[in-house]
Design a protein around this ligand. Structure first.
Ligand code: NAD
Ligand code: MLT
Length: 535
């Protein structure tokens, strides 16, 4: 499978993908149009913040299955467009937050102590320190806008240097403010009117774009310092320029721009213009927040692992999939089982289904099981369509086929600590169900099948046979398979009490021909034979 990487990520992560057998092309500095013109054959695309994975690019990406955002913000990914095409979008939200938080603190120091102005002056042989006097941070008020992962790191660090920390974030609980010792501001104005330092840590949204404009800057304390290491455009650049010139804002530390330059081109290879670059009291860094060796390593490792696993069909935490509260390790074997339970129906039955109900019992009921339900649906749909169905668009595809999907949970257990119970309600009014559980770490076991009690360890290929519950049939079937040179891995049979029928599951090494199935079906006492492919 082919992976395109359009922005720089750690080299050892690229090698990890190559070692895992992927064909990797790292092409840096391409324009959007160039990326669009080459994207068609790629199965995965890995980007940082510059490449715009918009509807236009997604439209041209006919083979794309996974988009990996090497980093945190997802404002350059059109998640809706990806979802509509079944493309899994993954990012690495935790991997660079320390680096970004530390850069915001570094920019804060730089703006209070004129570090960059002094550095440049000294190199021009100008050592007149009297012209470079700054202010101390201790005892001043730091206003943090957006108290999420990075905002909280910054809050803790600024508190540690003796600043009075206040924050504005209407979307989080009071506890989050208490945890970092920040006073909660009810409004943005409440924060900006008293802050000596304002630092931004929100995503770029319709609400946050230009949230500090000329009108708001006028409300700030005269001589305020402003830091933006979050996303370009949160502070209106023209308004900031004017305020830096007038002195309303004493200094700014800007890591991100409304329109970003290329971060891969050498000097002279692009003509990037931004008026903020003209001002000595504006300290500028080239979107450097995540650029520590530690973060590069973390981000590269995290994104390449996620992309590789997603391409290999493993369940990964994705932006456009239900969250799993980080409990992937526990859920992963159940997801694999769930997909197999979903796969059983159309291999064993032909009547259309009008409703699927998935019930989780035991410990599982305490988990976020959305991804398990999607796994059931993925398995269910696999027999019906050749169009690409992934975790991200499977529910929509099933519902578009008129199948209602219901999920229920109970912590009550009977025989098994955990159970996935899938009921298929057919259009002719029947209810057929399959139950399964996981023993040990990853042993997937089918415990009921359409009313028959089983205890069958699921194998990649299985013959499912319904027969009269009379002596002698199993032996004859085994002999018939032997005569056809078919190796049996294991065999299990279960009964439906009072029905006079039994159900056998036979694990085989390879799928058998239709003629063998017909031979088995023509044997006395054998009622029905189907093959189940879980490979
Ligand atoms: P996060 O999701 O953990 O936190 C964002 C916080 O902003 C949330 O608590 C949210 O409630 C709050 N928020 C949203 N809208 C708001 C509004 N209108 N007013 C106030 N608060 C609002 O995100 P994070 O991981 O802390 O990242 C913060 C920002 O930093 C993002 O924009 C991310 O893209 C950016 N980032 C930049 C760099 C860099 O290299 N400069 C590196 C990593 C992250
Ligand atoms: C991020 O959102 O992770 C950062 O902006 C870093 C980056 O994209 O390089």
């Amino acid at each position: 499978m082919k992976i395109l990487i359009t922005e720089k990520i750690a080299q050892d992560s690229v090698e990890y993908l190559v070692d895992r057998g992927f064909e990797v092309d790292q092409k840096l500095g391409l324009s959007q149009d160039e990326i669009k013109s080459i994207i068609a054959p790629y199965d995965a695309l890995i980007v940082r913040s510059v490449t715009q994975v918009n509807a236009d690019l997604v439209g041209a990406a006919t083979s794309l299955k996974v988009v990996g955002r090497a980093g945190n913000g997802i404002d350059n990914i059109d998640v809706k467009a990806c979802t509509a095409k079944g493309i899994i979008a993954v990012n690495t939200p935790e991997a660079n937050i320390m680096a970004a938080g530390e850069l915001a603190v570094a920019l804060s120091f730089a703006t209070f102590r004129n570090i960059c102005i002094a550095n440049e002056a000294a190199r021009r042989d100008d050592f007149r320190r009297g012209q470079m006097i700054g202010n101390e941070l201790e005892g001043k008020t730091a206003g943090i806008i957006g108290l999420g992962r990075i905002g909280s790191i910054v809050a803790r660090k600024l508190k540690g240097i003796g600043m009075n920390v206040i924050a504005y974030d209407p979307y989080i609980s009071g506890e989050s403010f208490d945890r970092v010792g920040a006073k909660r501001c009810a409004t943005l104005d409440e924060l900006i009117e008293v802050s000596d330092l304002i630092t931004f840590h929100t995503p770029k949204t319709k609400e946050t774009y230009n949230m500090l404009d000329a009108e708001k800057i006028a409300k700030c304390k005269k001589g305020v310092r402003i830091v933006n290491a979050a996303r370009g455009g949160l502070v209106n650049e023209q308004a900031l320029y004017d305020a830096l010139v007038s002195g309303q804002v004493a200094a700014a530390g800007i890591d991100v721009f409304d329109k970003e330059p290329s971060y891969d081109k050498a000097p002279g290879e692009q003509n990037y213009q931004n008026k903020l670059l003209e001002l000595p009291n504006c300290v500028v860094t080239p979107h450097l927040g995540a650029s520590s060796h530690e973060a590069n390593h973390n981000v590269g490792t995290a994104v390449t692992e996620l992309v590789a696993k997603a391409l290999e069909g493993e369940l990964v935490a994705a932006i456009n999939m239900p969250s799993s509260s980080g409990n992937m390790a526990f859920l992963r074997p159940f997801a694999s089982l769930a997909e197999k339970l979903g796969k059983i129906y159309y291999q064993a039955e032909k009547t259309p289904v009008r409703k699927i109900e998935v019930c989780y019992r035991g410990e599982l009921a305490k988990q976020e099981t959305g991804i398990l339900t999607l796994s059931v649906l993925k398995g269910f749909l696999s027999a019906l369509t050749t169009e690409r169905v992934s975790f991200v668009n499977v529910r929509q595809s099933v519902e578009e086929r008129g199948v209602e999907v219901v999920e229920s949970k109970t912590t009550q257990v009977k025989r098994y600590n955990n159970l996935i119970h899938v009921k298929f309600f057919t259009e002719d009014g029947r209810e057929l169900s399959v139950n399964g559980t996981v023993f040990g770490v990853d042993t997937e076991v089918l415990v009921t099948f359409f009313g028959y009690q089983m205890n069958f360890e699921l194998a990649p290929m299985v013959i499912a046979m319904q027969n009269e519950d009379v002596p002698g049939i199993i032996g004859k079937v085994a002999t018939k398979l032997g005569e056809n040179n078919i190796n049996i891995g294991s065999m299990h049979w279960g009964r439906k009490p009072g029905s006079g029928k039994a159900q056998s599951f036979i694990a085989i090494d390879e799928m058998v021909s239709d003629s063998v199935i017909s031979e088995l079906e023509s044997m006395p006492g054998v009622l029905r034979v189907t093959q189940l492919d879980f490979s």
